[in-house]
Unconditional design. Structure first.
Length: 323
């Protein structure tokens, strides 16, 4: 039972009106942290690997680590998801045994220039045909999310990069995707907002509009790390140099969940939790050099953060929905 598709998880989340974190993984400890948090909170899980993660860890290592998670935590329903895939990455993920892929057709092959609507539809349809034939779910993106995609923070986002609600209706009809990632002013990475965001930069109204027009479509929020101020403070206290920055407030994510957001992507908060723990450990224990000691601290800090998110998104207590 452990391996399930994104569609299965998000359909249940819609019935239960909760959100599910899509947590990025690159190594064993990150996977263990997520699974430990899921066991502690009795949550379903979405493990997601970017193209960079697959290159870093090597496809085979990462895939088998995720499969190991489903064996060690058989009571936890788990989705293996390709995050921000090209067509090639999505197809190879399907072939490898992922249960879900995200085709990021919002940009051209240079990963910088926004793709036309028609280009996005064409590549998304190709991936949907391939994936659905093998029972694999598909997430696609309309609009441009900042950070990895345009090299800009949210403050630099052009308003025409935001998802157009009418076009969203057409896109979902034309492509048949299982979930739609929308651009609402969030960006990837740590530098999202110069101050706590208001509705002029974090445009939650777009989600409300899209949900009104597409009440049966699962909406995905990317760039949804909250960038906890205490983690920034800990990193900087122990020698880091991260400049002042703000993330997406948890209450805004919860507002989104009330309006059709079912998947919430979080990567940066994981990186911050791990880095804060390791920096503290090294300063406090300059004599230590066993990676198992500092990686244990990092894994625990990561687990604590993820368990908090699982509770805040509402997925906690829902692992049993799938049995
Ligand atoms: O969507 C972006 C994720 O944070 C993955 O980042 O491409 O550096 O692995 P990455
Ligand atoms: P963050 O950088 O805000 O964690 O976003 C992660 C993400 O959207 C992965 O696809
Ligand atoms: Zn993303």
């Amino acid at each position: 039972m452990a391996l399930i598709t994104l569609r299965e998880v998000l359909d249940k989340a819609a019935v239960g009106n909760y959100g599910v974190g899509g947590f990025n993984v690159n190594n064993m400890e990150q996977i263990q942290a997520i699974m430990d948090a899921a066991r502690e909170t009795n949550s379903p899980v979405i493990l997601q690997a970017s193209r960079g993660a697959r290159t870093y860890a090597n496809d085979k290592f990462l895939y088998h680590l995720m499969i190991a998670a489903t064996e060690v935590y058989p009571e936890i329903p788990t989705v293996l998801h390709q995050d921000h895939g090209s067509k090639e990455a999505c197809l190879s993920a399907v072939d490898m045994g992922f249960t879900s892929v995200m085709i990021d057709g919002s940009l051209q092959a240079d990963h910088k220039t926004p793709a036309s609507y028609e280009e996005n539809v064409a590549v998304t349809k190709e991936v949907v045909a391939y994936a659905h034939a093998k029972g694999v779910s598909v997430e696609a993106e309309l609009g441009v999310i900042g950070g990895i995609e345009d090299g800009a923070g949210a403050g630099d986002m052009k308003s025409d990069y935001l998802t157009d609600p009418d076009q969203a209706v057409q896109f979902v009809e034309e492509t048949g995707v299982d979930a739609l990632a929308v651009a609402i002013g969030t960006s990837h990475g740590v530098y999202k907002f110069a101050e706590k965001p208001d509705g002029s930069v974090l445009v939650m109204d777009r989600i409300i509009e899209i949900n009104k027009r597409l009440p049966n479509t699962h909406i995905v929020m990317h760039g949804s790390s909250s960038v906890p101020q205490e983690l920034l403070a800990q990193i900087n206290q122990y020698g880091g140099q991260i400049k002042p920055t703000f993330g997406v407030p948890i209450e805004e994510i919860q507002l989104g969940i009330q309006h059709g957001v079912r998947k919430v992507n979080v990567d940066t908060d994981t990186r911050l939790a791990i880095t804060a723990a390791i920096r503290k450990f090294f300063i406090e224990h300059p004599d230590k050099f066993d990676p198992r000691e500092y990686m244990t601290e990092a894994r625990t800090a990561n687990k604590v953060m993820i368990a908090e998110r699982m509770k805040a998104f509402g997925q906690a207590g829902h692992a049993g929905d799938f049995s």
